[in-house]
Design a protein around this ligand. Sequence first.
Ligand SMILES: [Zn+2]
Ligand SMILES: [Zn+2]
Length: 333
Amino acid sequence: MPKQTISLAAAAMLLCSICHSSASIALEGIALEQPSKETDLYSFKWNHGSENCNDSDDPVIQTVQVDSRSFVLRQSKCSNFEAPFMYLLVGKQRALLWDTGTSANSDVFPLYETVVNLLHDLRSNEEKERLEILILHSHRHKDHYAGDAQFIDEKNVTVVDPDLSAVHSTFDHSGSINEPIRIDLGLRQLTLISIPGHQADSVALFDQSTGWLLTGDTLYPGSIRVNDWPEFRSSIERLTRFSEEHSVSAILGGHIEMRADKNKIYSIGSTFQPNELPLALSASDLKQLNQKLQSVDKPKTLQFDKFIIDPLNFFELKLQKFMSARAHKASTK
Ligand SMILES: [Zn+2]
Ligand SMILES: [Zn+2]
């Protein structure tokens, strides 16, 4: 058997499949969809890409208004196969944008413009002057923070870096990482919970107003890559306890990759998912995962109806370590 070698480009591609980051495909001139009201996220069928993205007229950002001050946004599969979800929760003083998608370029992915337009329609005259935008992230993988670049120099915007230390200093949190952080958007209370495992900076966000528990890539209908198994188990246990003590109406993650018909995921890089599962998972899905994890102490693939737990293998872990050491070296030069 020939000796196998891996180029840096191939390594980067493989890491993309680990961290869900990738380059964008330009898709220009597409109008934004009007939001619909009172959407049931347990059954709502999202735009799911196209067999031929050149002919697709899906908006680059699908925007769904679920209640008067809560929005779910999805980047188009034809814009980027990751098609990450983002969430906009609007309080009286601040609006929180949770994750910013895969693309910094506002010409091909007009996230800032989309958010400003949504807020403009909502604001009362009194709010117009002072409503700020706060940006937080589910974790530090590029498909969830690349769009930050569009917000950083804008007025009335605070972009918190996607790492735990930045989150802690922003909210003056000096307690243990396991202690929840409370955030008040103005008549809208949120709780931030540290959930390392998929990635070390992973956090979940609970919105008391909707009952949504936003879980990023730690729990969603797809293949959930686990970097640190013991941390992941503890995080899922912590989240389960939290969901037992709070009214969680839906668990909403960062992607959809799972097929509704075969309990399988669409292949990595797929830009067409015609029969994907709905976005929302329930507190009982979380409980079921926690029960299973408690009986499995070594990393192992676990198949569920709506998601698959997929630990990184030895080679992927080594590669990830190598790439982050390389990135760290470059950033300290
Ligand atoms: Zn991720
Ligand atoms: Zn992701």
